[in-house]
Design a protein around this ligand. Structure first.
Ligand code: NDP
Length: 255
């Protein structure tokens, strides 16, 4: 297999949680471009229709399935529906996530719980439910979307719950990678820096100094700049890689 061929995903089925917008949408496009069929796991199937149409227009077989990742039963039901529709699942991208930008003394229990239930329990539900299917099939690859916020404390927006949740995602990634390597399941994490999406108001003046000027490359990323790395981690190009965290942050955590 050539280097270029090792990035190819023809014949494989990829699931992207929260793939309707932001980074998830770019991940879905990139996986489709590499040849995969794409299932979007979303809270609002009708709302995801434009993304499904866009993927189909680009030649990707795509469909949206409903699940809130905070619900274990909904995720388990979706696994069955995707297998019924696509026949198999080879790749899971745990992208769905949420953030609360608030100093620690102001964070409410409800906000803490929402971040943890989405970013940690949600990733856990999906890893376990899709991992069970992959184990039965003899293998697969999981890419968990972590964050550079798990590695450093970025400022000045203060997001203690988010930072802690992403650190949990990184370590869950290592735990599952070690446990599931004998099952043929690779589990890696991607840790982006600032990426312009609805979650990251990168152009707001109060954030601008730190979110742009503090980045050695002096800019934030676009989702399209992060997406190829998901293809890398999902494909045979990273065949000997598991339990790793791939940081893409314009140099932010380098100093
Ligand atoms: P967005 O806010 O643009 O998108 C978040 C996505 O997650 C939406 O599709 C949303 O769906 C979905 N989602 C949230 N909660 C749930 C849930 N309970 N069940 C199912 N889907 C859910 O964020 P980004 O695209 O920026 O973020 C994507 C991932 O990348 C997140 O994990 C984030 O933490 C991570 N990340 C982002 C960075 C950035 O700078 N943007 C940097 C580092 C990491 P809905 O449309 O229904 O709300």
């Amino acid at each position: 297999m050539s280097v270029l061929e090792s990035f190819g995903l023809a014949g494989r089925v990829a699931v992207v949680t929260g793939g309707n917008r932001g980074l998830g949408r770019a991940f879905a496009r990139a996986l489709g471009e590499a040849g995969a069929s794409v299932a979007l796991l979303v809270r609002d199937v009708d709302g995801a229709a434009p993304t499904v149409e866009e993927l189909e227009a680009r030649g990707t077989r795509a469909r949206a399935f409903r699940a809130d990742v905070t619900s274990g039963p909904e995720v388990q039901r979706a696994v069955g529906e995707i297998v019924d529709a696509f026949g198999r699942i080879d790749i899971l991208v745990n992208n769905a996530g949420t953030c609360v930008h608030r100093p620690a003394l102001e964070v409410t229990d409800a906000e803490w719980n929402e971040v943890m239930e989405t970013n940690v329990t949600g990733v856990w539900h999906c890893c376990q439910a899709f991992g069970r299917h992959m184990a039965q099939r003899g293998g697969g690859t999981i890419v968990n979307i972590g964050s550079m916020s798990a590695l450093i404390v970025n400022r000045p927006q203060w997001q203690p719950a988010y930072n802690a949740s992403k650190a949990a995602v990184h370590h869950l990634t290592r735990s599952l990678a070690a446990e599931w390597a004998p099952l043929g399941i690779r589990v890696n994490a991607l840790a982006p820096g600032y990426v312009k999406t609805e979650m990251a108001p990168v152009d707001e003046p109060r954030f601008r100094q730190h979110w742009i000027d503090d980045v050695p490359m002096r800019r934030y990323a676009t989702p399209e700049e992060i997406a190829p790395s998901v293809v890398y981690l999902a494909s045979d190009a990273s065949a000997f890689m598991t339990g790793s965290v791939l940081v893409i942050d314009g140099g932010y955590t380098a100093f």
